[in-house]
Design a binder for this molecule. Structure first.
Ligand code: B4P
Length: 192
């Protein structure tokens, strides 16, 4: 199996690149952001609670997102591999993921971390607000909260995967196709 974590701050291009990588490597795309937004759109109890948190730029509880990922792993028993997009976002989520995968006799192969500076992130997300209308993109102060949550709770995961010898940094600015080529090259090296 090939299991990749695509990593980076909000707006780094995780979702954009994950969609292209799943086609290329025949993986299942697991995005906790997309899963949460479908709960919001369906108006479930979980979605109503999650929306309040997401709209402040904060992280939803570990328990909720770990449960979602666990269900998705169980419902794809024949997958050739997974690309985890926006998950894990805390050390507790990373530990839970290691244990879920080891229960299935597999593990994460590599974290690919997209590097983009804050001003570029803010400009991308404000632009996306105009096209997609996501409420968590609409306001610069909420975007800054998301970046702060990332710096406080998510960025330390780089050390977690580096400690396991599974970390690659990838420049996340430039054209979407050029970044995709760099990610593809990194995955091909792992998969060899
Ligand atoms: P996510 O859905 O993961 O949102 P994101 O980080 O904003 O998205 P992403 O980084 O994928 O955006 P992309 O670059 O593709 O999370 C949203 C919220 O859900 C979180 O704030 C949190 O509340 C909650 N949540 C999700 N997972 C959670 C978890 N595990 N634990 C707790 N809470 C969780 O796209 C950004 C924009 O940039 C797009 O418009 C794209 O077109 C553009 N873009 C991409 N690449 C570009 C490039 N090279 N150049 C120019 N623009 C580019």
């Amino acid at each position: 199996m090939l299991n990749i974590v695509i990593f980076g701050p909000p707006g780094a291009g995780k979702g954009t690149q994950a969609k292209k990588l799943v086609d290329k490597f025949n993986l299942i795309h697991l995005s906790t952001g997309d899963l949460l937004r479908s709960e919001v759109a369906a108006g479930t109890e979980l979605g109503i609670e999650a929306k309040k948190i997401m709209d402040q730029g904060l992280l939803v509880s570990d328990e909720i997102v770990i449960g979602m990922i666990s269900n998705k792993l169980d419902s794809n028993p024949d997958a050739e591999g997974f690309i985890f997009d926006g998950f894990p976002r805390t050390v507790a989520q990373a530990e839970a993921l290691d244990s879920l995968l080891s229960g299935k006799n597999t593990s994460i192969n590599q974290m690919l971390a997209l590097q983009v500076d804050d001003e570029e992130l803010i400009s991308r997300l404000l632009k996306r607000a105009e096209t997609e209308g996501r409420s968590d993109d609409a306001d610069e102060s909420i975007i800054r909260n998301r970046i702060q949550e990332y710096n406080n709770k998510t960025a330390p995961l780089a050390d977690y995967y580096q400690g396991q010898g599974k970390f690659s940094a990838i420049q996340g600015t430039g054209s979407i196709d050029d970044i995709f080529d760099k990610l593809t090259e990194a995955i091909e090296q792992i998969a060899l």
